[in-house]
Design a protein around this ligand. Structure first.
Ligand SMILES: Nc1nc2c(c(=O)[nH]1)N[C@H]1C(S)=C(S)[C@@H](COP(=O)(O)O)O[C@H]1N2
Ligand SMILES: [Mo]
Length: 426
C-alpha cells in the first residue's frame, strides 16, 4: 500500500533561500550568522567612546607643542581655523603630557581589533548595489567612504609613526591632523544617525532584523558573545603588550609590541629610554668637549657666553620630571639637576619677568633640533637646563653637556645638546 495518508510535512518556517551567488554585492554572499544589529551596536558604542577620547587627546597633544608660539614648534602650519581651540600649554600637573599621550597611543592600539571587527560586521553594506538609490543615500555613502577611509588612514598613520619612526613622504603631523578632522566630521555624522539605533538594538536584541542579518546564514561556529570575547581578548592582548612603554623596569619589559618597550636601553642613572642618540643626531664630540662648548644666552641686556664650569657655579636646583614622547612612550620621573631657565633669563636682563625662549642645539638637521618655550614654562621653578640626571652627568645620548627639561611638556620641547638660548622677541 502506498504511503498516501502520511501527514503533510510542516511548512518550512524560513523563507526560501535566495540562490547562492559569488558576488559580494548580493546579500546572500555574506553568510556569517554573527552579523546583525546587536553585534554591530556593541562594537559601535565602544568606538563611539574610544574614538572621541582619541580625537580629544590628539587635539590636546597638538596644543602641547605650543604651535602658536613659534613656527619651529608648529608641525601643521597651514591649519587655518582648525587651530581655533589652541591654548597656552600649562606646566601642571607635571605628568600631564605623559598621561595624555599614553592614553592616546595605548588606546589607539587597543582599539584596532574593535575597529576591524566593526568594519567586518558591516562589510555587506560597503559592497551593496546600486551605489546610490537617492541623493540622500548617495550622501550617506560618501560619508561612509570618509568614515571608513578616515578611520583606516588615522589608525595606519598613527601605528606607522609609532612603530617605524616614519615611512610616509612628508611629515606625519599634518597627515594625521587633517585626517583626524575629516574622519571625525564623518564620525560625528555617523554617530548622530546611528547611536539611537544601536541603543535600541541592544535593548531589544530579539527583534533585530536588518540588512546585516544574512538571508541564508551558515552554521554558527561561535556565538555572538564568544565573538565579542574574541575581539575583546585581542584588544586586551594589544593593551598588555603596549601599555608598559609608559613605565620602567619590569613593566616596560612587558611592552613587547612597543618600540620603546621590552626593557630599558641600559642600567644606571642614564639607563632610561633614548629617543635619538648623539650619533644619530650627528653630534660631534669635538663640539661637546668642555674646552669647546659654550652656552650662548641672549636677551634684553645682550649676550652672555658660559663655559660648563661657569654654569656649574650658578645655583643648581633639582626637579623630578618624566620624558614623555608624542610616540606614546614615557619614563617615570627622573631626577634632573641643573640651572633654572628663569635664572638664565635673569642673567640677560629678565629678573622678574621671564619671557619666551628659543632654544637651539648643536644638531644641524632634524625637526627637533630647536624649540620655543612659552613664558609660563620658563617661569616654572622646575624648568631646568639640566646638567645631571639621577646624580650623574648627562650621558651623550641624553644631551651632554646640557639639555632642557620642562614639566608637563612633550619630549619634543626638551631639547638636548643645547648650544644657544634666546630670551624674548620670538
Ligand atoms: N637636539 C635634539 N633634542 C631632542 C630631540 C632631538 O631629536 N634633537 N628629540 C626630542 C624628543 S622627540 C624626545 S621624546 C626627547 C627624548 O629624550 P631622551 O632621548 O633623553 O629620552 O628628546 C627631545 N630632544
Ligand atoms: Mo619624542
Amino acid at each position: 500500500m502506498r504511503d498516501d495518508h502520511r501527514l503533510p510535512s510542516p511548512p518550512d518556517p524560513r523563507p526560501p533561500s535566495p540562490p547562492a551567488t559569488r558576488l559580494p554585492s548580493s546579500p546572500g554572499f555574506w553568510r556569517s550568522p554573527l552579523r546583525g544589529p546587536s553585534f554591530t551596536a556593541v562594537l559601535g558604542l565602544v568606538l563611539l567612546v574610544g574614538i572621541t577620547v582619541l580625537f580629544v587627546t590628539g587635539l590636546v597633544s597638538y596644543a602641547a607643542y605650543n604651535p602658536g608660539l613659534s613656527p619651529v614648534n608648529d608641525k601643521t602650519p597651514d591649519k587655518g581655523i582648525l587651530g581655533f581651540y589652541l591654548f597656552a600649554w600649562p606646566t601642571n600637573p607635571h605628568w600631564l603630557y605623559r598621561l595624555n599621550q599614553g592614553v592616546h597611543v595605548t588606546l589607539g592600539i587597543t582599539l584596532i581589533p574593535v575597529l576591524l571587527a566593526k568594519l567586518w560586521s558591516v562589510v555587506p553594506r560597503l559592497f551593496a548595489l546600486p551605489p546610490a538609490r537617492s541623493l540622500a543615500h548617495a550622501l550617506e555613502r560618501i560619508s561612509l567612504l570618509l568614515l571608513v577611509g578616515g578611520a583606516l588612514f588615522e589608525f595606519v598613520t598613527g601605528v606607522l609613526n609609532v612603530q617605524l619612526d616614519y615611512v610616509f613622504p612628508g611629515s606625519f603631523y599634518p597627515l594625521h591632523f587633517y585626517g583626524a578632522w575629516v574622519f571625525f566630521a564623518a564620525f560625528v555624522a555617523h554617530a548622530l544617525l546611528k547611536t539611537p539605533l544601536a541603543l535600541r538594538s541592544l535593548r531589544r536584541p530579539r527583534q533585530e532584523r536588518n540588512d546585516l542579518v544574512s538571508p541564508r546564514p551558515a552554521e554558527p561556529t561561535v556565538s555572538r558573545r564568544g565573538a565579542l570575547w574574541f575581539v575583546g581578548g585581542g584588544s586586551l592582548l594589544l593593551f598588555v603588550t603596549t601599555v608598559g612603554q609608559n613605565f620602567d623596569g619590569v613593566l616596560r619589559r612587558t611592552a613587547l609590541l612597543a618600540p620603546h618597550g621590552g626593557g630599558d636601553p641600559g642600567t644606571g642613572p642614564n639607563g632610561f629610554q633614548i629617543n635619538k642618540t648623539a650619533a644619530y643626531a650627528g653630534i660631534d664630540t669635538a663640539e661637546t668637549d668642555d674646552d669647546a662648548w659654550r652656552l650662548v644666552v641672549t636677551g634684553r641686556t645682550g649676550t652672555v657666553r658660559l663655559r660648563r664650569d661657569e654654569l656649574l657655579r650658578l645655583p643648581l636646583h633639582s626637579a623630578a620630571l618624566p620624558i614623555a614622547c608624542v610616540e606614546g612612550w614615557s619614563t617615570s620621573d627622573q631626577w634632573w639637576r641643573g640651572v633654572r631657565l628663569r635664572d638664565l633669563a635673569a642673567l640677560v636682563g629678565y629678573e622678574d619677568d621671564p619671557p619666551d625662549v628659543f632654544v637651539e642645539s648643536l644638531q644641524r638637521r632634524g625637526a627637533f633640533r630647536h624649540a620655543a618655550l612659552r613664558a609660563n614654562q620658563v617661569a616654572d621653578r622646575r624648568s631646568l637646563l639640566a646638567l645631571f640626571v639621577n646624580g650623574e652627568e648627562l650621558s651623550p645620548d641624553h644631551g651632554y653637556p646640557a639639555r632642557v627639561i620642562v614639566p608637563a611638556a612633550p619630549g619634543v620641547l626638551d631639547t638636548k645638546w643645547v648650544a644657544r638660548m634666546t630670551f624674548g622677541d620670538l
